[in-house]
Design a protein around this ligand. Sequence first.
Ligand code: ATP
Ligand code: MG
Ligand code: MG
Length: 406
Amino acid sequence: MADIQDSSLYIKKESGEAVHGLSETVVGVLGGGQLGRMLCQAASQMAIKVVILDPLENCPANTLADYHMVGSYNDSATVEEFSKRCGVVTVEIEHVDAATLEKLEQQGVNCQPKASTIRIIQDKYLQKVHFSKHDIPLPEFMQLNDIESARRAGDQFGYPLMLKSRKLAYDGRGNAVAKSEKELDSALNALGGFSHGLYAEKWAPFVKELAVIVARGRDESISCYPVVETMHRENICHIVKAPANVPWKIMKHATDVACRAVSSLEGAGVFAVELFLTADGQILLNEVAPRPHNSGHHTIESCFTSQYEQHLRAVVGLPLGDPSMKTPAAMMYNILGEAEGEPGFIIAHQIIKRALKIPGANVHWYDKPEMRKQRKMGHITIVGPSLGIVESQLMSMLTQESTDNQ
Ligand code: ATP
Ligand code: MG
Ligand code: MG
């Protein structure tokens, strides 16, 4: 990979010469995980230059980025140095140094979405306060400072009670459920006590979890992807069905809530809105991610414009593309680590071998250096003529051990 100091990319940017892609804006991405990797793949199609900042030398986006600065997206000086190399700074993870982004914005650095959005979203309690101020329907919530406040939350919201860390949460790490008052202590301990900031949420009795990706361009234009259903395994997104199998009225309601939520945040990019659907047709917002999202992986094969291309178009100021589906149905299956090390790779490769024989199945492998239990290692999207057909293909991929040796 080219060194940034020597690369034509850097020289062109510094000299003001045009870069001959769809946009001459160099996109700087904080984070180089699988989302960063897929952003790089979309950027390559449009010949848009992407530079990434990630502490891991061999992170998933490393080999695909035009330049990888190895360093922490939580270190102020590093983020500042990185920003000098970008025409626009964006994120593939929200757990970045928001205060530095706010400072850089004041100095004229273009951050999309805006630093204010990252600051609100990275603190799930602040996020809830923000959305409740904007009349977005949410499960009730309460800040927790001590065991008495946790008991009060239990009295007010009932049990099971969801306890959450305010910051650094992902894949359900940072969530603990207390089934009764007796379990409050152990649930609070599992989250490391009160020092890092906790809050409580009323249990959402959902019948389905839905998600909507909303894109907003630099010109404030808004575009929504079809509503999908997300299914979780141990709090981790595992399977996504596109479109969601819900009545048209629910689709419209979910899309309205998602659009209103995103309209309350500043900046361009794609935003993923996670929602709960209750038995009586209520939609409650769970959380928003200010970036491409696991629930939108399927868009690479199933939509006219993938969420990754859309994010790039949005942040560099190109017109938004068509988010509608070009296939009637798609299902995405996350390949999660089943075991540590080699045994985990063997299980993953068995599934991949079966997927390669299925028409309409597309395998993505993130090239993560280590296999760990429950880690997102790759995903498979199957597209087809109906959800029923795609679902049966997925089931055969997951169960058809008898054909493994053919
Ligand atoms: P992500 O990887 O999506 O960022 P996260 O760690 O931020 O996850 P949440 O999205 O808050 O965690 O919760 C993970 C899952 O836990 C949800 O998708 C849902 O299945 C369940 N969950 C969260 N909040 C509630 C709630 N209030 N009531 C019932 N279930 C909930
Ligand atoms: Mg989250
Ligand atoms: Mg979530």
